[in-house]
Design a protein around this ligand. Structure first.
Ligand code: LLP
Length: 456
């Protein structure tokens, strides 16, 4: 190692070395190394899943989803807080995931008519659904009004007026929280920061009270409170506290003006440990909620997504080949690509890698390598200059922490069918979505008749 370059050794200046396989497994209780079967997810050998379902394959652990959902709720109860937990469906919208979280008492935070229909299909009552998002179409508003959802998080004066009109036309009342942009930097990746001035999200803090007053007088609107969501993958409680302190201030000022406030929706954003970060703590989150909003006399809500789902999922993949590079690190080409897991190409996200085979799990041999997919873009890179187990053609690997913003962000770019999804639950396993058939890629495409009639 001593003669390796800083990059090749996995030791970047100022950074600790990348965690090895043993450390990655120790931090992920549903994964374990069996000396005979290789990598297990709960009680299920991942090699068996790869044999049966092929790769790339998403695997999601029901036990992990339940355990994390329960820890989050327990943290809120321990802080003596009655908090309505609305799972942010965008993180992983699979029906099985929604069923598991609904059974844990979670409601849903949705951002489209599609998500609303999905959660209703999963049996989540409309009374537990919040509709967020910066632009809801008329059709989406009408659907949500018909369903009778518990709350619209409205993000602009323009949206408030449109919703008022739709509600009056439908002869009903929309319960509305105004989403406020507190102008607090969440200290996360710029593409997933949402609460600073200049983002498209929310109503500027200075305009919040005036608009809330107006909302109280609008036909078809029942103004119930405020919402904030400052970003995602937030590891420190400090930005949450700063934002919620502003939320508390707003609640007090609104009440001082005689305006009723029933609800404070505190958003999602709690981060996880992808590499060696200290995971965001639900207990610290609950403590911050209690300190900043505990004595406001409002119903609290949260919208967690990533913290619950990300660590519960992995992406299985097979090494197609090793491409040697004269004088440099080889490219390890996987059968998974950016169309499957987009996070590394979009956000330079770091995802851990663990091999499936027992001999690789036992081995301490590593090498500097680049991990890439087969898609025709340089951005189709999972890891550059990473210290990885020495992988050969045919070896299988698990990319970790892919349960949130993984399968939901997949595309069929390069005509790559959507990968199979498998659920493990104790010793049980089930395909919860088959691999998309290749013909399904064009099954809904039509060639106009004038193009298909060939000249004589
Ligand atoms: N509430 C609202 C209004 C949101 O926009 C989001 C996420 C959440 C809740 C859930 O946040 P979470 O607890 O999951 O951090 N694709 C990106 C993440 C985008 C997050 C978008 N909004 C990624 O892969 O990192």
């Amino acid at each position: 190692m001593g003669t390796d370059t800083a990059d090749m050794s996995g030791v970047r200046p100022g950074f600790a070395p990348d965690p090895g396989v043993a450390e990655l497994l120790a931090a992920r209780p549903f994964l374990s190394a069996d000396p005979v079967a290789g990598l297990l997810a709960e009680g299920v050998p991942l090699n068996a899943i790869a044999d049966e379902a092929g790769t790339p394959a998403w695997v999601i652990s029901a036990g992990t989803l339940r355990a994390r959902a329960r820890r989050l709720k327990a943290a809120m109860s321990a802080a003596d807080l009655d908090v309505a937990a609305h799972y942010a469906v965008k993180a992983n919208d699979h029906q099985a995931v929604l069923h598991i979280l609904a059974a844990e008492g979670f409601g849903a935070d949705v951002v489209s008519g599609g998500e609303l229909a999905r959660v209703r299909a999963a049996g989540i009552p409309a009374a537990k659904v919040i509709f967020s998002g910066v632009g809801k179409t008329d059709a989406e508003m009408d659907l949500a009004l018909r369903e009778g959802i518990s709350q619209f998080n409205v993000e602009s004066a323009e949206e408030l007026d449109i919703l008022s009109g739709r509600a009056v036309a439908a002869g009903c009342e929309a319960r509305v929280a105004l989403r406020i942009n507190p102008d607090v930097d969440a200290g996360t990746h710029e593409k997933i920061t949402t609460g600073v001035a200049g983002n498209k999200f929310g109503i500027p803090f200075e305009e919040a009270l005036a608009l809330y007053r107006r909302a109280h007088g609008l036909a078809g609107i029942r103004a119930v409170g405020f919402a904030m969501h400052i970003g995602s993958q937030i590891l420190s409680p400090a930005p949450f506290r700063a934002a919620w302190a502003r939320l508390a201030m707003l609640i007090r000022e609104a009440r001082a003006q005689g305006l009723a406030v029933e609800v404070a929706d505190c958003g999602g954003g709690l981060g996880i440990s992808y590499r060696d970060e200290t995971e965001g703590s639900p207990e610290a989150l609950a403590g911050a909620l209690r300190r900043e909003l505990g004595d406001c006399g409002v119903r609290l809500a949260i919208e967690p997504g990533r913290w619950i789902a990300a660590p519960a999922g992995i992406l299985l993949s097979t090494v197609i080949l090793r491409k040697a590079v004269a004088g440099g690190a080889p490219f390890i080409v996987l059968d998974a690509a950016m169309n499957d897991l987009a996070r590394p190409s979009l956000y330079d996200a770091w995802h851990g890698l663990v091999p499936l085979a027992p001999h690789l799990l036992r081995s301490s041999v590593t090498e500097g390598a680049h991990l890439v997919g087969p898609v025709c873009e340089t951005g189709d890179t999972f890891a550059r200059d990473r210290r990885l187990p020495a992988l050969a053609r045919g070896d299988r690997v698990a990319l970790l922490d892919a349960g949130a913003y993984g399968s939901v962000m997949s595309s069929t770019y390069n005509s790559r069918p959507l990968a199979v999804q498998v659920l493990v639950d104790g010793d049980r396993r089930a395909v919860i979505r088959p691999r998309q058939a290749t013909e399904a890629l064009w099954a809904e495409e039509y060639v106009p008749e004038w193009l298909s009639s060939r000249p004589e």
